[in-house]
Design a protein around this ligand. Structure first.
Ligand code: CA
Length: 150
């Protein structure tokens, strides 16, 4: 049903999202260490922060990273999702999808398919294949329903 092997924009995931927080805090430090924390400086800072606030896409990427780390970090190893953590992720974050599945073996098979290096865990790349596959399925379903209405 789903395409799990979506090539993902791996390098772009790392790029801006983590640097953004650092850049903003450096701007804060600079403005306040100069002793110019009057109204004008605060206004300039607010304008700078508005300009460099994350875009919708950047926020989505940050959310994916945060969700992965939240679930992967349940046992202290926040770089991989074990099968148990994968099941918790599926039942909490994608509960609507999971509840619809009548076949109890579907999550086992998904885990096996997603685990490309067969180490019994999902790294971030493998996790993104899941998200990509679900996004494609949702997009296809959206396109179908849009065209069937016309
Ligand atoms: Ca793996």
């Amino acid at each position: 049903l789903f395409v799990f092997y979506l090539p993902v924009i791996h390098s772009s995931v790392k790029c801006r999202s983590s640097k953004l927080g650092i850049r903003l805090s450096n701007e804060n430090k600079q403005a306040f260490s100069n002793g110019k924390n009057d109204l004008i400086e605060e206004q300039k800072l607010a304008e700078k922060q508005q300009v460099s606030s994350p875009t919708e896409t950047e926020q989505c990427i940050e959310s994916l990273i945060a969700v992965f780390q939240k679930h992967a970090g349940r046992d202290g190893n926040n770089s991989k999702l074990s099968k148990a953590k994968f099941l918790i992720f599926m039942n909490t974050e994608l509960g609507a999808f999971t509840k619809k599945q009548k076949d109890p073996g579907v999550l086992d098979r998904m885990m096996k398919k997603l685990d490309l290096d067969s180490d019994g865990q999902l790294d971030f790349q493998e996790f993104l294949n899941l998200i990509g596959g679900l996004a494609i399925a949702c997009h296809d379903s959206f396109i179908k329903s849009t065209y069937s209405l016309k």
